[in-house]
Design a binder for this molecule. Sequence first.
Ligand SMILES: [Mg+2]
Length: 280
Amino acid sequence: MASLKISAVIFDLDGTLLDTERATRGIMAEFLARYGKEPDAEKEEKRLGKMHKESAADIVVDYDLPFTADEYSAAIMPMYQQRWPQAKALPGVSRLVNHLHRHGVPLALASNSMKQHIELKISHQHGWKECFSVILGGNEVKNGKPAPDIFLEASKRLGVDISECLVIEDSLVGVRAAKASGAKVVAVPSLQCQEEYQELANCVLNSLIEFRPELWGLPSFEDWVQSALPIDPLYMSGMISKAFQQDGFTEAIHIYLFPIKFRVYSLVGRRSKQLGLLRW
Ligand SMILES: [Mg+2]
């Protein structure tokens, strides 16, 4: 393997760190239904990772809506803004971000979203804002992804040469931008076919649970327990009720479960496909 020195990590946000797609699912269908239209899954998939402004113009044309792109944005944006804070962190994300931050690795967030939208999206993620020394929105650079501008600007603000930056991205648009910038790229595809990612990215993962920092010259995790690794805790609470008949009477047992936190371990072994997929 060629000499490896990653000094900083730049993350995309939507679909990479946060499951905003799940949190906002149904909004487009609900909106289009008002005009007697239905979303086209193929067209929507191609929009992943693009700037909102660019997508808005395409949506108005694709669905023949009676709006300008700006009017469409003004009508639909409040629906997204209401749901964004409900978006949950994707598996392995909090563990990785906290680990890198704790070890002093400079971290940036670089998203095609507008800066104020990024801040709203991460507002419910405890401690995230403090972990990123640079938070960069698509409205702060001349050209959004797939142009390399946002990653070049993030590396400049981090004070780390782009060749020593690792970009983690879920969309093909973002992977193309990262590749064009000269950074190393880990792809964590959320929806699309993996073949194109294999050609562009240095490494393709199913989720950030599989990410091995030491393969990039970054500090390794210390939380392995033999060959299993912890994943996000599971919380349970509620009430279990069981009704039964006895001597002609119906009786019931109620068991109250106070909130319980379970530490969950994945059975994924230390040996990962990641080594075989790394390319330089
Ligand atoms: Mg994304």
